[in-house]
Design a protein around this ligand. Structure first.
Ligand SMILES: [Mg+2]
Length: 214
């Protein structure tokens, strides 16, 4: 028996145990890593808009197509234990599975495909190349804003009931737009997200046991 008709999954630190932007920054060395972390901190402090910080982080990192390809490999290598089986079981039970992420879509697609999630069900940020092919900006999207995931989920008009699952504050922001929100703490436990969650899963096995129980 399926308890939900649709499940929305976060990607970074949920399906896979990495944060894509941090991963790219680390690849640029400790200085870029520190700069990117500083930008994230300023956004958390309300000193700059998340939208501005998102673009600024991409500018600082200056990811190439090679970097994005390497990140795609990193995502695939970091898939959560049991995630593939869980997604297969959900889809076999007729549950519609979507990925809604603030990460870079080209880097996420190969992982999603390997998990049986069609490209059309992967909603993420499109990096835009400059004339030299370097990705220093992103296409406008609600997903580069703090509350944007709710906007995306509403626009999808998914079959109800809908369960959203993620580790972060931008995931918890989906709660008003779905029937239930679960904090995923398999990689990172954030107390504010856990506090706002209807359910807490420490593994994909527990997620699927809940979602497919009577
Ligand atoms: Mg996340």
């Amino acid at each position: 028996m399926r308890r939900y008709a649709a499940v929305v999954l976060d990607a970074d630190s949920t399906i896979a145990g990495i944060e894509g932007i941090d991963w790219l920054a680390t690849r640029r060395g400790p200085e870029v890593r520190r700069a990117v972390e500083s930008l994230t901190m300023r956004a958390m402090n309300g000193e700059v808009a998340l939208e501005a910080v998102y673009g600024e982080r991409l500018r600082v990192i200056g990811a190439t197509a090679n970097d994005v390809s390497a990140l795609a490999d990193a995502y695939r290598s970091a898939v959560a234990p049991g995630a593939a089986d869980a997604i297969a079981a959900l889809q076999a039970a007729g549950v519609v599975v979507h990925v809604v992420s603030g990460g870079l879509r080209p880097a996420l697609l190969p992982m999603a495909r390997s998990l049986g999630v069609a490209d059309a069900r992967v909603h993420a940020v499109e990096p835009v190349p400059d004339d030299d092919g370097v990705f220093r900006s992103a296409a406008p999207s609600p997903l580069i804003t703090q509350l944007g995931k709710a906007e995306i989920v509403r626009a999808l008009a998914l079959p109800a009931p809908v369960l959203a699952v993620g580790d972060g504050a931008t995931d918890l922001a989906m709660a008003p737009a779905v029937d239930a929100f679960a904090a995923y703490i398999g990689f990172v436990r954030r107390d504010a997200v856990v506090a706002g969650a209807d359910f807490v899963f420490d593994s994909f096995a527990s997620l699927v046991a809940h979602a497919l129980s009577a």
